[in-house]
Each structure stands twice: as C-alpha cells, then as structure tokens.
Design a protein around this ligand. Structure first.
Ligand SMILES: *Cc1c(COP(=O)(O)O)cnc(C)c1O
Length: 342
C-alpha cells in the first residue's frame, strides 16, 4: 500500500490526522462491538463523569515498520495490563487485554498508510483512552464508558534530537500522593503537574524532577517520564516509589542495562545522589531516553554533560532499545509483536 503524503523525516511529535479511530461503548456490564470511524470528535453527555470527576485513563505505545515491511508493536501486552489496572483503580469498566490488542491491531490496519516508513526515525503513536461517559451528578462511577484508540504518526519527541536536557528539582509541588493515583496513567496527574512544568520552562529548564511527597528526600520521577542515574560503580539506579508510574520503557532499560554489564537497582534514590551520578536520563515511550545534562537542586547543580552530548551509557541503551523496536536487533525477550494484516 502506498504511504500517506507526509514529510516523514521532518515530522514533529504532534497530532497528525489519520483516516480512522476506533471506539467501543460499555453498557449494561459489557463492551459492545467496536466501530471504526473517520469522526475526530465525540459527542458526550454534559454530566459525563470524565468531565466532572476525572474518570479518565490512557495509554501510549508505538508501532514501527521494519526493514522487511512488517508493522510491529512494542510490548503491547504490558500496555493492555497497565490500562486494566488504571481503569480498576479509578473504578471504571476494565478493558480486557484481548479487546485492547484487537482494537489496536484494527486501528493500525485501518491506518497502515500512516505507519512511517522504516528508516525515517518516525513511528505511529497509539493512544488508547477510556472515559466515563455516563452522566452522574452525585459522586459515583459512571454507568457507561467509552474505550477509544486514536493513532497519529510522530517524529522524534525532541526536535533538537538526542541532546541532554536540564531538569530542576521542585519542592513546592507534588504530582501525586503516595497512596493516590500516581501509579496509574490518569490524566489528572498531568494536570496536577502542568503549573510546575510551565514555571520550570519559564526559568529555562526543560522539565521538573519531583521528590517523594511524604519525606521530600527521594527522587520520584519527572513529569511525564521515569528517571534513572548511572553511578560511578556502574549501577543503573531507578526510584522505587508507590507514587510513580511503572514505565514499560524503564522495565526494558533495566533488562538492557544488565545485558550491557550495568547493575540495575530499583530502590529509594536519595536526592543527594544526583551529585554522584556520572549520567542520568528520563525514560518513556514518547522519547525512549531523554539524556539529562544537568539537575538543579536548591542552589546546587549536578552536571552530567558539558559538551551538549549524551553520555555513553544513555547512548548505548537508547541505541539498543530502538534497534529492537524496528527489528534491526534480535528480539530476545519477545517484546515485539507483528501486527497481522486482515
Ligand atoms: C506514561 C508515563 C511514563 C512512561 O511510561 P512508558 O510505559 O515507558 O511509556 C512515565 N511516567 C508517567 C507519569 C507516565 O504517565
């Protein structure tokens, strides 16, 4: 099939219209048959719980074209499980994992011409979404839900490429509470962090780094991404916290770090440790790894990059992971799944 007429090598990380999205409605205890539609909007009841009480969660994953022309998705089972956990935690109808996978495959197949060609560095970003669509005025879970999957071709997350960014530790804001919803992918966590992010940007930083809300001693994560540091002893350390989102990218990097001879550790990471790291990075599906050039904490600054280049460990892990995603490196762990054409 011929590809859509897009400027693939220069695609930004934004919304680009495709042909179809897919939607399912949950009513009377069951998900209905999905509908592929060209409509980019949804009609919602004005008292829908997603609008008033934040019943909303989402996922983010990517599809790639391989050298041989297959379309593959990366670790889709993990996203399916995580979405089920997110739905459960905020009392929404859960999307069964096979329905999730089926919906993603259908919407990819309906939009095959938007899967960026192999070698362009671009990918098809897949955004599954569940919202409470049924009306409630009292605080109660909705009696109706919509599960929707939209896709959009995207270029690299950072226009400037694989270059280190500057973070600032915030102490006057939390994105999530320890026993709250920080460990699930709900939109409210992002809204909670917007003001801190924007303020950091005004001050010349790229993103914030949150500390644990309870003690304000340990690193949690960056706004939309997990955090890791590399120690002089060759450890890959990443925070263990009840208020951070379990990143699938981080899980992959832990495996690949071990392969690369680093010692992975998931534990409390005291904020003072930033001054010992030789490298640091943020990780998530959108950017894979964002190398960190510096972290400002109070009146001190930990510097990891002086020449505007990513460190060797971040570069190595990034290269390894992205090579597996497009099928250039062997998929030793069963992370890649071919999207069957139907
Ligand atoms: C989605 C997300 C991440 C990254 O998770 P991946 O599964 O690697 O994409 C990290 N932190 C937060 C808060 C997120 O919402």
């Amino acid at each position: 099939m011929s590809k859509a007429d897009l400027d693939w090598p220069h695609l930004d990380f934004g919304y680009h219209k495709t042909d179809y999205n897919i939607r399912f409605t949950w009513r009377d205890g069951a998900w209905g048959a999905g509908e592929l539609t060209t409509d980019e909007s949804i009609s919602l009841h004005i008292a829908a719980t997603c609008l008033h009480y934040g019943q909303q969660c989402f996922e983010g994953l990517k599809a790639f074209e391989t050298k041989s022309g297959d379309v593959v998705v990366f670790r889709i089972e993990e996203n399916a499980q995580r979405m089920r956990r997110s739905c459960h935690k905020i009392h929404m109808a859960e999307v069964p994992e096979d329905l999730f996978t089926d919906a993603v495959f259908k919407v990819i197949n309906a939009n095959r011409k938007f899967v960026p060609p192999y070698g362009t560095g671009a990918s098809l970003y897949i955004r599954p979404l569940v919202i409470g669509s049924g009306p409630q005025v009292g605080v109660k879970p909705a009696n109706e839900y919509i599960f929707l999957v939209l896709v959009t071709p995207v270029g690299p997350y950072f226009k400037t490429g694989f270059k280190p960014v500057n973070l600032i530790v915030v102490e006057d804001a939390d994105r999530a509470a320890p026993l709250g919803v920080g460990d699930v992918k709900v939109g409210g966590n992002y809204a909670a962090g917007l003001r801190a992010s924007m303020r950091a940007r005004e001050r010349g930083f790229t993103e914030v780094l949150y500390l644990d809300a309870r003690e304000k001693k340990y690193i949690d994560e960056s706004g939309p991404a997990n955090f890791f540091g590399i120690t002089p002893a060759g450890e890959y350390v990443t925070p263990d916290s009840e208020s951070i989102l379990p990143s699938i990218t981080n899980k992959c990097l832990i495996t690949l770090a071990e392969e690369a001879g680093l010692k992975p550790q998931r534990r409390h990471v005291h904020v003072d440790e930033i001054f010992d790291f030789t490298e640091a990075g943020c990780c998530g599906t959108a950017a894979v790894i964002t190398p960190v050039g510096s972290i400002t904490y109070r009146d001190r600054k930990a510097i990891y990059s002086k020449d505007g280049k990513a460190g060797p460990r971040c570069s190595e892990l990034y290269d390894k992971l992205t090579a597996i995603q497009v099928g250039d490196a062997p998929d030793n762990y069963g992370w890649v799944r071919r999207v069957p054409e139907k």
